[in-house]
Ligand binder design. Sequence first.
Ligand code: NIG
Ligand code: FE
Length: 417
Amino acid sequence: MPRLENIGCLATCASPSGQDDIGLIHGAALVWQDGVVRWTGPASALPAEYAEEPAWDAGGRLVIPGLVDAHTHLAFGGWRAGEFSDRIRGRSYLEVAADGGGIASTVRATRALDEETLVERSRRFLSEMVSLGVTTVEAKSGYGLDLETELRLLRVYRRLDEIGPARVVATCLAAHVIPPEWKADRSGYVDLIVAEILPEVASQGLADFCDVFVEDSAFSADEARRILARARELGLEPKLHVDQLTGGTGAELAASVGATSADHLECVSEAGIRALADAGVVAVTLPIATLYLDQTPPPARALIDDGVAVAVATDFNPGTAPSYHLPLAMALACTRQRMTPAEVLKGATRFAARAIGREGTAGSLEPGGAADFAVIDAPDVEHWLYHLRPNACTATVIGGDIRHGALRAAGGGSGSL
Ligand code: NIG
Ligand code: FE
């Protein structure tokens, strides 16, 4: 039964409540078997039955649950660096989109790529995410916007979940924007989503969630209600991109449809915060998108203080968040959203897992959960997120297998588990 010892500081994130309760154990040990955690606790309390076999040595470092990136647009074609420069020169995100750039340009580039190419591209991104300590990634379609390409993107995610290197949870975002060929008939595109795309996605078992981007430039609240009601009939749970660019009642909508998460929320109102708290909807903040769009950050403190679980994710996509560096997003959540390092860690592990329906298996280290963890070369969580290095993660383990870096055997040597 493999065991990791000499853990300077273990953050189990085992408690389902308390944004800053990360379950710290100093001088800890961690035991797992067949990819599942069996025991965590102070090394001094290790039961004799677990002490017999050789162990791995964490070198006194910080060990955390594998990070969960609860919001990405992982598979897409092309990049949009030109648009990045245009925005720096003063064009707004919505102006770029109105000229056929933005999401529509990524849709054109994505439709041109075959499944193999998309798998290879996305797999490279995933490998780098794993090297940063990420073990589970939510991935949205939404750059296909036709039946064929939406299904292709979701098949890419299913294959990546099978072959690794990370666990992938898929979300259908066919309701990202109205594609150019449907501009004159937007209700026709909503009909296509509810009558063809979602039923096919569900019958092929290609996604767990259905997401809708609610915004003046995308879908209305009524359209979202119709799409998410159909999704739920088909067994796909609702998620929402809301209150991102313009203030509205997106959070209230998320609460009223019982969404698993409400994501973005830069423009959420006080009433929206209360609605999320009452309905138990996870708020997913996306500090890299907030940074690139130069927005005022979402009111994370008010959300937490009102009892909303706040998750922190990258929103990795070629437009508003062209980085999958989750520790960077976490450091930004500290500095710009006034979340403490402990609160941010809970938001990128346990509460992120809750935002994608994986709480108890991913995002925490407790008996019965997955043996997914990262070894961080820092004495504690505060130091890790304060002294932001390109990469402080020295090993990432998923289901008991080393997927990045190496672990030293206690007593010398290194090797595989
Ligand atoms: O989450 N808000 C909508 N969708 C993405 C942006 C996608 C893009 O610009 O390509 C987001 O920010
Ligand atoms: Fe997004």
